[in-house]
Design a protein around this ligand. Structure first.
Ligand code: HAM
Length: 427
């Protein structure tokens, strides 16, 4: 009897090699630009104590209420959670290792996050983020710098049509005043609220503004806006003006979206999202903002901070939709026939790799014809052929597959140079 097959868990995807090259292309571009702006890599665990997210993200958020993968440690019963995002873990690590005691830090990390959401295009249960955090910076310059860095990344990746939404959600006292105003306003319209929003009215009224329910939109449109609650010379208004001024100076178009509140509770002042209309409902490809209170909330010293995360799957969808393909073809494929030929095939391949070329050596035998078919299917630019004649004369035959060049026969030490020259010409 055939054993039943086991499939991937719903909402958790395999990334197969043809698509993974696009991931690498994106990750490479992002890593490069983060480094150019002074961000250094840091890695934190995928599993953290559940309390970190409850305290960090907020117990009335969708993530904490409905979406966490939590389980008990089988030894001591401690509640642990697969991280739904990276910021809380990074702040925990920064506090634990006194990372910002001497100087502020620009850091980034990348990896899988887990949220038990309803899977659909652009929304998964295991997804990946490129996450960037500036820890210990107060001014609006860092908020703006991160936004500018992202726009440079879109440019590098050839992505057009990204729009930037920004907003300020003020400081805690302003948020409290706004919250009171919202409770009063929505309280007056309680009859028109849906069930979710009625519940939110008591726990997290700000999130009502984020409701996608069409029947709620006109009430939401009339709700008091936080920007209107900020005093003319309040620190958070000045901060917001500062961010906007630097963005304008950098020539970056933005829309101030008073409804933008984000789904995590740790934010204050600047919040932003980069959005595209090419991904339907899952159009937010990157989001973030300032979270000056999170260090203290997690038991650390008060430390201003700001960051964002890019959704890797959504970016890859965009790159694919844009017809983007990344190449992962070898420069050469080595065909070898007969036992005596294998060592020369291998040493020649190593010489080429030493010279920086990518080389696939045929494995698993086969006739010359079968191996040449594989060479062609690999997309290689050149086939290198090693047979008994070549072993005897210590030469390798080079057959062009995807370069305009003649077939030649060369001693192994000059093969790399010959191939290198033809590839340079092709580029
Ligand atoms: P977030 O808005 O929850 O923020 O997620 C950031 C990005 O991750 C989203 O804009 C989206 O592209 C992607 N994303 C979120 N959930 C999913 C999902 N279920 N499937 C696919 N992609 C998804 C944060 O996580 C904050 N930690 C960002 C941040 C960093 N704020 C300050 N520092």
């Amino acid at each position: 009897m055939d054993a039943p097959t086991i499939q991937a868990v719903r909402g958790m995807n395999d990334v197969l090699p043809d698509e993974a090259v696009l991931w690498e292309h994106l990750e490479h571009a992002a890593r490069k630009i983060f480094a150019q702006y002074g961000y250094r890599n840091l890695r934190v665990p995928i599993v953290e104590a559940t309390g970190l997210f409850v305290r960090g993200i907020g117990d009335a958020t969708d993530i904490v209420e409905h979406e966490m993968y939590s389980f008990e440690d089988r030894l001591n019963g401690e509640s642990l959670t697969l991280r739904p995002e990276a910021t809380a873990g990074i702040v925990r690590a920064a506090i634990e290792h006194h990372l910002t005691y001497e100087r502020p830090q620009r850091v980034w990390t990348a990896g899988p996050m887990f949220r038990h959401e309803r899977p659909q295009r652009g929304r998964y249960r295991q997804f990946h983020q490129l996450d960037v955090e500036a820890l210990g910076f107060e001014g609006p310059d860092v908020d703006a710098e991160q936004i500018v860095m992202l726009s440079r990344l879109w440019e590098k990746l050839g992505l057009a049509g990204m729009s930037l939404h920004i907003n300020t959600i003020g400081d805690p006292d302003e948020r409290l005043a706004h919250r009171r105003a919202l409770v009063a306003y929505f309280g007056e319209h309680a009859g028109a609220l849906d069930e979710d929003s009625r519940r939110r009215l008591a726990t997290n009224p700000l999130r009502i503004l984020d409701s996608k329910n069409p029947s709620m939109q006109s009430i939401i449109a009339g709700a008091p806006k936080l920007v209107d609650q900020l005093g003319a010379d309040s620190a958070s208004r000045t901060h917001f003006e500062g961010v906007k001024a630097i963005l304008s100076e950098a020539g970056i178009a933005f829309e101030v979206n008073a409804r933008l509140v984000r789904g995590l509770d740790y934010y204050n002042r600047t919040v932003f999202e980069w959005v595209t209309d090419r991904l339907g409902a899952q159009g937010t490809v990157a989001g973030g903002g300032r979270y000056d209170g999170l260090f203290e909330q997690l038991g650390g010293k008060a430390t201003a901070a700001c960051g964002f995360a890019i959704g890797v799957e959504r970016m890859v969808l965009l790159l694919k939709d844009g017809g983007r393909t990344a190449e992962s073809v070898p420069d050469a494929y080595v065909v070898h026939v007969g036992e005596a030929a294998a060592p020369l095939a291998r040493t020649t391949a190593e010489r080429l790799r030493d010279a920086g070329l990518t080389v696939t050596v045929n494995a698993g035998g086969g006739s010359i014809k079968a191996q040449m078919r594989r060479a062609d299917a690999s997309g290689a630019r050149w086939a290198l052929i090693v047979g008994e004649d070549e072993v005897r004369s210590n030469r390798v035959a080079l057959k062009p597959l995807r370069v305009a060049a003649e077939q030649v026969s060369l001693p192994p030490e000059t093969v790399a140079k010959h191939i290198g020259a033809t590839l340079e010409r092709a580029e």
